[in-house]
Design a protein around this ligand. Sequence first.
Ligand SMILES: [Zn+2]
Ligand SMILES: [Zn+2]
Length: 164
Amino acid sequence: MKIFRTDLHIGLNNKLFEISSGSLGLDKVSFSEDKITCTIHSEQAPNGYYLKGLMTVSIRESCDRCLIDFNSKQKIEFSILLTSDVKLIKNDEHDVIFFTDQDDAIEIDPVLAEYILLDRPLKKLCTEDCKGLCTSCGCNKNEIDCDCKQETQSSSREVLKNIN
Ligand SMILES: [Zn+2]
Ligand SMILES: [Zn+2]
């Protein structure tokens, strides 16, 4: 998605943008909706502009406990500094994109892609209290209450033996 200098000059006031997830080059993320909506607010900054925004992303994840696919809708905030000041390139508060006076527009997709990757949880759960799969019979314990005994070290070893 390109942001144009002329728009920045006037100022973006929570303007709504739509991006196709395909344009982000995130092959390992499966989006459940191609459309990513994004509102952006811009402000003047020293030697450039601040872009602050919120994007809504729908990602298809697979639960780490019960292995079922689920949709995860994330609202991700971002804060980007567009600047021609090289000294500001290292900045903890914002992601910085080099934007010189000669540039008429700036591509922000790579930075948005980074935000999406960083926002994904390490542990993916369909619900906070997902009960997972029974280690004995393999049923989804969110759906069925099986009669298997509480798992112990020896019984799970027993299961492995049966599978082999
Ligand atoms: Zn689950
Ligand atoms: Zn069971």
